[in-house]
Design a protein around this ligand. Structure first.
Ligand SMILES: [Ca+2]
Ligand SMILES: [Ca+2]
Ligand SMILES: [Zn+2]
Length: 374
């Protein structure tokens, strides 16, 4: 007699998956054809002849709270599902919904055996490659860290992964790169009645400056320590350059007798010094504030400021204040005698009320110094 085995072809299956979970289509691949499956192993998706089925890899929020996935199947099959899935020579194409806000994100990934990370923007269907396009990346030991800036929007964040033999795992996460605030204020002994105006001045500066000169101590933000101190007649405040990442802003008791608008201008002005305006110890300023050899006067020589002014921008040579020992001679304010510069924020006279329209020469100079201005 002949015994006939009725071989039932494996039935492809599709488990249900929500958008906040990882939907993975699992494929088999032929290990005799090479050490890794072809990069386009997934083409046709569910209709590919090597497709085994669609599984749910779980939430896209990991147990550590990060976005991504962290699975380790050891020697076993994905999800420990040895009834339906192989433990070697499989590959998968998985995706979940992810939102990005247009800023920098850091992706961290390690996997066994190889992987590819890519994202498809909803709406445009445009692809973005987090790891290099059309190739497998491997990182068995420490994580690969990749910084990527995707246009703001919603995406299907994909990973492809293959397993030859032995262990299989994938540890993938992404998070926003923390950018420090430009000003990180440390109120040491400043009275409460100055906090509102200080916060206001800082918010105003932060709306105009994204970051300091690359490589400078104020590139990615700095601290300002605020104290009150007797500074002398007609000196309302002073501030050094945040050379070591910390600036000391001192407020004279006279400061508190000024109007809100005057106080704001004074604080804005002193924070300009904290960032390096007029500070010869900041090379990005010092190289642009120069004494003209033929007329003996000081000028600011940055191209943006020159374009705005229509020539070298005159700097104040002597300021009628004393005991400012961290400045050196010449060139640390706009020339007060110049009608167009007199009201600008970084002229030495600061007793007018603050106005957003009196910032143009100062902002042009910061741009010349390498600040990323808005
Ligand atoms: Ca395995
Ligand atoms: Ca392996
Ligand atoms: Zn000043």
């Amino acid at each position: 007699m002949t015994l006939i085995f009725d071989i039932t072809p494996a039935t492809k299956f599709q488990d249900s998956v929500s958008p906040q979970e990882w939907r993975a289509t699992v494929f088999s691949w032929d290990g005799s054809q090479g050490s890794a499956p072809p990069i386009n192993f997934w083409e046709g998706d569910f209709n590919n002849p090597n497709t085994i089925g669609v599984i749910n890899l779980g939430s896209n929020t990991r147990s550590d709270g990060k976005q991504g996935i962290n699975v380790d199947w050891g020697n076993g099959a994905p999800n420990g599902d040895g009834n339906r899935l192989p433990h070697d020579f499989f590959a998968m194409r998985a995706y979940t919904v992810a939102d990005f806000d247009g800023s920098e994100y850091k992706f961290r990934v390690r996997g066994d055996d190889g992987f590819q990370i890519l994202a498809k923007q909803h709406g445009t269907n445009q692809w973005f490659y987090i790891t290099p396009q059309n190739q497998w990346t491997q990182a068995y030991g420490s994580h690969n860290e990749i910084t990527s800036t995707l246009p703001a929007g919603r995406y299907d964040l994909h990973f492809h992964q293959y397993e030859a033999s032995g262990n299989a795992y994938l540890d993938l996460s992404w998070e926003k790169v923390n950018s420090q605030p430009v000003f990180d204020i440390n109120y040491t002994s400043v009275p409460n009645n100055a906090r509102t105006v200080v916060d206001d001045a800082i918010r105003t500066w932060e709306s105009k400056i994204r970051r300091g000169p690359i490589g400078s101590p104020v590139e990615r933000g700095f601290q300002v320590a605020i104290t009150t101190e007797e500074l002398g007649n007609l000196i309302y405040a002073d501030c050094n350059y945040a050379e070591n990442g910390v600036a000391s802003l001192r407020l004279d008791p006279e400061f508190f007798g000024k109007s809100y608008s005057q106080q704001k201008k004074i604080i804005m002005h002193e924070l300009g010094h904290a960032m390096g305006f007029g500070q010869q110890r900041l090379p990005q300023y010092d190289r642009l504030a120069l004494r003209n050899q033929s007329d003996g006067h000081w000028y600011f020589m940055g191209t943006n400021a020159i374009a705005l002014y229509g020539g070298p921008v005159p700097l104040q040579e002597n300021v009628d204040v004393n005991n400012i020992n961290y400045r050196t001679e010449g060139g640390y304010h706009w020339a007060e005698g110049d009608a167009r510069l007199r009201l600008d924020l970084m002229s030495a006279a600061t007793l007018e009320g603050y106005s957003d329209s009196n910032l143009s020469f100062t902002v042009a100079a910061l741009k010349d110094m390498g600040f990323d201005t808005v």
